[in-house]
Design a protein around this ligand. Structure first.
Ligand SMILES: Cc1cc2nc3c(=O)[nH]c(=O)nc-3n(C[C@H](O)[C@H](O)[C@H](O)COP(=O)(O)O)c2cc1C
Length: 401
C-alpha cells in the first residue's frame, strides 16, 4: 500500500522522536520515498543527520534556507507528498496547525499541504487532557486531519498515563487503514478471500500434539495484502500471536479437521482461496482422553491420513481461484507442477523450506509461482509482506480474465 508513495514526515520536539527513526525505516522498507522536516526543538532530541541517513534525503529545517533557486522548499515539499505524517506531534504543533499558524518550516509546509495529513500526538497526559489541546485536536479532526490516538502506558515522566506515541507498526497500520478508507475502486473490493495460516495441531492427548514449524507469518502477510487491495478477508489461522491486519476477520482453529470445516463453510461464497497453512498430513487415529502415562519403554502411535483440503477444494471449485503452497526441501519445481495438476489448483507458490531465509518461521521468503498457463515466476528473497504483494498481483491477473 505504501509502495512508491511519497511521504513527508514532520518531526516535532517530543521525547518520542527516537521512535520516529524506526517509523521512517519502516516506510522505506515498505517501498515509500520519504522526506523529513524537523522543528528546531526536534533537533534537540535527534540530529537531522539521523533522519538524512535513514530517509536518504536532505532534512528540511529552516524556512529561509532555500537551497534550490528554482523552487520554494516548503511549498515544494507540500506539493510533492502523497501524504504527510506529523510524528511525534507536540501540543505546540497541534495548537499551531489548529489555528493556521505558520512561523517555521514545519508549520508553514503543513499549512500548504493538500494531501492527507496524519497526526500522532505524544505528550504528557495533563498536556493531552488540557482543554486547549482537546479543543485543538477536535478542530483538526473536523478539518479532516487523521489523528492517531496515543497509547496509555509508562510515560517518560515516570508514571502511567495517556500520551505515549504508538509503536511504529501501529502507526503504519493506522495510516494504511486511513488511506484505504479514502480509496474506492480497489481491485479486490468486491471479492471475498479466504486465507489459511499456521501449522495445524493434531492432538495425541490433552497435553501433547503433532505439529510443524509453520509460524503463520506468510498467511498473515497475504491477509494484509489482500485487505489493502480492498478484499473482504477471512483468515483461518492456528496462531493468534501475530498482529491481526486491519479489516481482516480471523477464525482461530487448531486441527486440520477444524481448518477443513472452517474453509468448507465459507468456500461456496468465496472468490479466492489461498491455502498458506501447513496442514498436517497425518493425525493420531485416536486422541487419548487422559494424558498418556509413561509406562512401557516403547510407545507406538498409530497415525491416519488427514483430508487433503486443497484437493477437496479443487474438486469442488467452480468460480473460485484456488492457490496452494508447496513447502519442499528437494525437487521443488517437479513437486509444485505435480501438485498444480493433481489438486486442480490455479496457482502453486513453491518455497524451499531448507533455506534459512525462506519458508517456515523466517521473516523473509523466496518463492516460485507456478500457474497453468504461464512460465514459472521466480520472486527473489524479500520480506513476506512483499512476497504476498507479488502473489496477489499474479492472482489479480488471473481473476481479471
Ligand atoms: C525533555 C523534553 C521532553 C519534551 N517532550 C514533549 C512531548 O513529549 N510532547 C510535547 O508536546 N512537548 C514536549 N516537550 C516540550 C516541547 O519540546 C516544547 O513545547 C517545544 O516548544 C515544542 O516545539 P515544536 O512543536 O516546534 O517542536 C518536551 C520538552 C523537553 C525539554
Amino acid at each position: 500500500m505504501l509502495k512508491n508513495k511519497k511521504i513527508a514526515v514532520y518531526v516535532t520536539g517530543g521525547i518520542a522522536v527516537y521512535k520516529v527513526c524506526d517509523l521512517v525505516r519502516k516506510f522505506i522498507k515498505a517501498g515509500a520515498d520519504v522526506k523529513v522536516a524537523m522543528t528546531a526543538s526536534a533537533t534537540e532530541f535527534v540530529t537531522p543527520l539521523t533522519f538524512q541517513v535513514l530517509s536518504k534525503n536532505d532534512v528540511y529545517l529552516d524556512t529561509f534556507d532555500e537551497k534550490v533557486s528554482s523552487e520554494v522548499a516548503h511549498i515544494h515539499l507540500a506539493d510533492w507528498c502523497d501524504l504527510a505524517v506529523v510524528a511525534p506531534a507536540t501540543a505546540n504543533i497541534i495548537a499551531k496547525m489548529a489555528n493556521g499558524i505558520a512561523d517555521d518550516f514545519v508549520s508553514t509546509a503543513l499549512l500548504a499541504t493538500t494531501a492527507p495529513i496524519f497526526i500522532a500526538p505524544a505528550m504528557n497526559q495533563h498536556m493531552f487532557e488540557n482543554p486547549a489541546t482537546v479543543r485543538n485536536l477536535t478542530t483538526l479532526q473536523v478539518d479532516g486531519r487523521m489523528i492517531i490516538e496515543p497509547n496509555t502506558g509508562f510515560l517518560a515522566e515516570g508514571y502511567v498515563g495517556k500520551g505515549r506515541l504508538p509503536e511504529p507498526d501501529e502507526i503504519l497500520a493506522f495510516i494504511e487503514a486511513g488511506l484505504l478508507e479514502q480509496q474506492i475502486d480497489l481491485p479486490l473490493s468486491t471479492k471475498k478471500v479466504i486465507i489459511t495460516a499456521g501449522g495445524t495441531k493434531e492432538r495425541i492427548d490433552p497435553v501433547r500434539f503433532i505439529t510443524n514449524d509453520s509460524s503463520g507469518k506468510m498467511g498473515y502477510s497475504l491477509a494484509k495484502s489482500a485487505s489493502l487491495l480492498g478484499a473482504d478477508v477471512t483468515l483461518i489461522s492456528t496462531t493468534s500471536n501475530l498482529p491481526l491486519p486491519v479489516n481482516v476477520t480471523r477464525v482461530i482453529v487448531e486441527s486440520s479437521q477444524e481448518m477443513e470445516q472452517a474453509v468448507l463453510e465459507r468456500f461456496a461464497t468465496s472468490d479466492i482461496v489461498i491455502m498458506a497453512a501447513a496442514v498436517s498430513d497425518y493425525r493420531p487415529i485416536q486422541e487419548a482422553k487422559e494424558k498418556i502415562k509413561k509406562t512401557e519403554s516403547l510407545l507406538t502411535l498409530e497415525l491416519e491420513k488427514t483430508t487433503d483440503i486443497l484437493a477437496t477444494l479443487g474438486k469442488m471449485k467452480d468460480h473460485q481461484l484456488l492457490i496452494g503452497f508447496a513447502a519442499e526441501t528437494t525437487n521443488l519445481a517437479e513437486y509444485a507442477k505435480g501438485k498444480l495438476a493433481k489438486k486442480k489448483a490455479d496457482m502453486i507458490v513453491a518455497n524451499d523450506v531448507s533455506k534459512s531465509n525462506a519458508g517456515f518461521n523466517s521473516d523473509t521468503n523466496e518463492v516460485t509461482i507456478f500457474t497453468n498457463d504461464q512460465e514459472p515466476i521466480h520472486v527473489s528473497v524479500r520480506s513476506k509482506d512483499l512476497i504476498a504483494d507479488e502473489i496477489l498481483q499474479v492472482a489479480l491477473s488471473k481473476i481479471k480474465k
